[in-house]
Design a protein around this ligand. Structure first.
Ligand code: ADP
Length: 250
């Protein structure tokens, strides 16, 4: 037995390698925002708010053909045991940019030229996987705000500990493990919209990890997202040959 995996193949919190941490998603938690979500995923706790689309100001921010998505990801100083220095840092700027690009792949931005959609992801407790939690919750908050989308994007991290591929690493697995790979996928098309990797995996391990993430997003995470939206949003199956206004999530 080691710290991270027992000889029976269980992880330090009792999960099997393919188990997700528990996830709850609630919408409409901040009525003053156009769309809002509170998410708990394992020990991660976060709020996401969406405002817009509204006219982008100053005008140099305007894209004449589509909406611009602006994401602000931030971890509170009290979100982790070693108090985090307040304010933006390089990591937050990088994550914000990556998540804006991922969301841009699912929002039907051409409907709202010259506008801005403003997304705030506030991490109040962080326990690894916060960028995936942020992206998964932001996608739900976008739909809750009534912003038309081709599909919801879901995300989860996959890791490697003791040479075993694991789903959704917790903090200890993330920091002591051999690899950590956050993945974001659009379930209906299979398109990968977020992929990063810390550490090392060989080609077989990478393929197994990507498959594990893909299955978890399509079979579990997407269902949680849709469940959270079922009372507030109309979901219309989207066919690839459809024009944007004939399918999607409204
Ligand atoms: P993610 O949260 O997406 O997995 P990282 O891999 O960068 O992102 O971080 C893993 C975990 O490390 C975070 O969820 C958080 O618990 C912790 N962490 C990240 N940045 C800091 C920081 N500046 N100070 C303290 N802990 C941090």
């Amino acid at each position: 037995m080691t710290d991270l995996m027992t000889i029976e193949g269980l992880r330090s919190d009792g999960r099997t390698p393919g188990d997700l941490r528990n996830m709850t998603i609630k919408t409409n938690v901040i009525p003053s925002a156009d769309g809002s979500v509170y998410m708990e995923w394992g020990n991660n706790k976060l709020y996401v708010t969406v405002n817009g689309p509204f006219e982008a100001q100053p005008r140099h921010l305007q894209d004449p053909h589509r909406a611009t998505i602006q994401v602000n990801y931030s971890m509170s100083p009290f979100s982790c045991p070693d108090r985090k220095r307040p304010g933006p840092d390089r990591r937050a700027v990088e994550i914000s940019k990556l998540l804006a690009e991922s969301l841009s792949k699912v929002v039907i931005r051409e409907r709202f030229p010259k506008t801005l959609i403003d997304v705030h992801i506030d991490i109040i407790e962080a326990d690894a996987g916060t960028r995936c939690a942020g992206l998964t919750a932001a996608s739900v908050a976008m739909a809750h705000a009534g912003i038309p989308m081709y599909d919801l994007v879901g995300a989860v991290s996959v890791g490697k500990v003791e040479n075993i591929i694991i789903l959704d690493p917790g903090k200890e697995e993330d920091s002591k493990g051999q690899a950590d790979m956050p993945v974001g996928i659009i379930p209906s098309t299979g398109e990968v919209v977020l992929l990063q990797m810390d550490g090392q995996m060989n080609a077989d391990e990478f393929n197994d990890a990507l498959k594990m993430a893909r299955e978890a997003i399509s079979n579990q995470i997407n269902k949680k997202q849709l469940d959270a939206l079922k009372d507030s949003v109309r979901v219309v199956p989207f066919e690839e040959e459809d024009l944007p206004d004939e399918g999607g999530i409204y």
